[in-house]
Each structure stands twice: as structure tokens, then as C-alpha cells.
Write a protein that binds this ligand. Sequence first.
Ligand code: ZN
Length: 453
Amino acid sequence: MKIHARHVLSGQNWLKDCRITLVEGRIANIEEGMPVAAADYSVDVLLPSLGNLHSHTFQRAMAGMTEFRAAGKESFWTWRELMYRFLDHLTPEQFEAIAAMVFMEMQEAGYASVGEFHYVHHQPGGSPYTRLSELSERIFAAASQTGIGLTHLPVLYTYGGVNQEPLAGGQLRFANDVDRFLSLTEACRDNLSSLPADAQVGIAPHSLRATSPADLTHVLKETPQGPIHIHISEQLREVADVEARLGQRPVAWLLDNVDVDTRWCLIHATHMTEAETISMAKSGAVAGLCPITEANLGDGPFSGPTYLEGGGRFGLGSDSNIRISLTEELRTLEYSQRLRDLNRNVLVVGEGSVGKALYTGAALGGAQALGRDAGIVEIGKLADLVAIDRSHPALCTLQDDQLLDGLCFVAPDTIVTDTWSAGRHVVQDGRHRERDSIIARYRAALSDLLEAV
Ligand code: ZN
């Protein structure tokens, strides 16, 4: 396929009137100064698409249902209570229908790829399915239908707390010891042949609460290649529990006891000391920031300025999928910093466009975290691309170097016209190619699920 784009962001530079040739999912050539007629398809502004580095697809089904306070209950109760009620009933068919809906919404929002942090493995009550990787295969099927670039991250979840409490109730669907987890990841790798070549399987020890130091060491020894994702320091209680058990705060413990490097993505990393923030920035790992979910759950803001000054890498995830919006994710990240610091233009080192720093930083960090050779429009890279409409009133008055500020702070979600996932042209004119059938199946699946709960 040959795409003509009036404006292309390549690295930090804007190129004009380019013809981009895609071959086997990659960018084979970029030629400047070409006429529209020299291509098969034309767009206005072409950008590297972002990878959505953290998602739990099934939680999308709960969006909007837990935004009320129950008398006499702590504020997390409504969310947790509904999640476990869903888990008592969720079937593999429903799981797949929800995942397809979420992946489609991500692509329409401008994400080309996703890291699915997948922790529901077994039947209600905890018995494995006949095929241990049944629910992972449902994620694969949803990725296949939507064409999204999948980095599948099976989760090791063994304990109910940092003191190795046994799992109970809805958590039994998550449970694996190390041996069964390794069998599961192997089964997932065996199934990769059902997906295009850009798909891959990493691992995700759920958190320092749900695994033990010995199990973590064992799993990392057996599957060292990455990507490796872990939830860490999301909430203050977790920090206190880990400190009481392991003698250090979670990020400090991980950095001191495990070889954290560019294979790693630390999800949230919200509550860090300055020393933890600087050490994490130097590690080469990616901070997996989920600003909309972190705001929705009341987690708190990330230590952005210290981390970026230390050279820290970051990317974006939609986590609970309460709302899937790339533009809102970007602006919520910056606004969380402004509200805390009583300042403007916070997440840019030195001087320059905040939108450009956020967008290009998240594109590279997301690609690293998902193990994708992408995040930048360059010859040889995967064709993870997104096109936006510069003639839209939100952008039509802006200069080149203001465009990404317009995208981050002004534009509606509908600014996205096209998305390519490793060259697969999945969104055109703002619509996913299988939109109608995916939504119909989601509606039917949710109707059955809600009747059951
Ligand atoms: Zn999460």
C-alpha cells in the first residue's frame, strides 16, 4: 500500500507531501514532495500510532456502573464488589466479545497496539478450562478479528496479599502457581501462530502483593526475554504493606532485588520517593501511566517532573478501560501535574511544546514496553500509524509545531480518521472495518451477562 500524507511527523521533524510505502507490515519507503496521485490512499496528518501499554479488557463491561457511594462502605467497595460479581458469571464467549469491543475502541481512538495484562485464567470457582489457555485464546481471537497488534501478558497471580494469604472467591479465577503459570505462557506462545507476526507474548507478575520474592525470581529465570510488566506502588496501603513485609517500599525493593532494565514496564509507579523516582528513571524501564483510570480510582498523580529530568521513559495505558480516549489520556496526564504543582506546561524538559513532548515520548515508551519495533515513522519500522484531520476546527488555525498541542489539549476523539496496526488498515473515516458486527456481539454478550449477575 502507498499512502500520501500532506504532513508526516518523522522523529521530531515535519515532512511535507510524503508517499509512504508499506510492505509486509513495515514502512518500506518515505519519499517527500510527491503528488497525491502517486499513492493509493491519502490522509492529512500522519503520526506514529501509540501502543496502549496496559489494559484489562473485561473491566470495560463495568464502565459507568460503579460511580456511586454505598452507605457505610469504603469508596473502593462498589468497584470491587461488581468486579467479583462479574467474575462469578463471565463466560469465554462474553470475554471475547468484550475484548473485541475494547480493541476496536482503542483502534478508533488511534492506538495501533495493546498490552493485555491478562489475569482471568480459569472457570468460576478456580478449575482450569480443558484448555489451560482458553481465555488467552479468546483474547487472541479478539485481536485477530480487530487486527490490533497484541502483546499478550499472562499474569502470575498466586497470593491474596503480601503475607502470602490464600486466594478466595472471585480471585480463584486468577490463581496459578509458578509451574502452571509457565505451562500457560508456553501454551500462549504455541498459539501465537494464529496471529500476525507482530504479535507476541510477555509475562506479568501481577504485583509484589500477589507473588513472592522466590516465585518472582523463579519466573524471571525461566522467562527472561520480556516484555515484563508489573503493577507497582499504585496505592498507599500497598506501599505500607510491602514495606512492612519486605523492609522497603515497592519500587525501591524491585530495583534493589531484580534486574530491572529496558525489558520492564512498571505500571502506575504512583507513590515513589524522590530517590525511587530517580533510580527508576535511570533503569531504562518504562513507567506505564494510566491517567484516566488513576484519576477514576483516586490513586494520585505520577512524579512527572523529577522522572523526566532523570531521563525516565513513559507510555500510556487505558487500564480499567472506563473510557478509551487517547487525547483525554494525554491531557489528563499533564493536567494531573498542573493541579498538583499549581503550574502550567509541566511535562516538558527544558522548553518546547508540551503536546509534542507527551506524544512522541508516549509513542516511543509504549513501543518499548510492548516490545514493538515502532513508535516512530521511519523506514524499516512497523507501520503502526494514525492519521488525523488538520482541517477540523480544533486544529485548522494551528502551525506545525502547535499541532500536537491541539491534538492533546483541544481535539475531540473524532479527530482520528485512520489507524494502521502493523500495516493493517483497520480504521478508515473514523470507523473500524468491523464496527457494526463487533458492537452487535458486545450488546448481546452484555445483555446475557447483566441478566446473570
Ligand atoms: Zn492494571
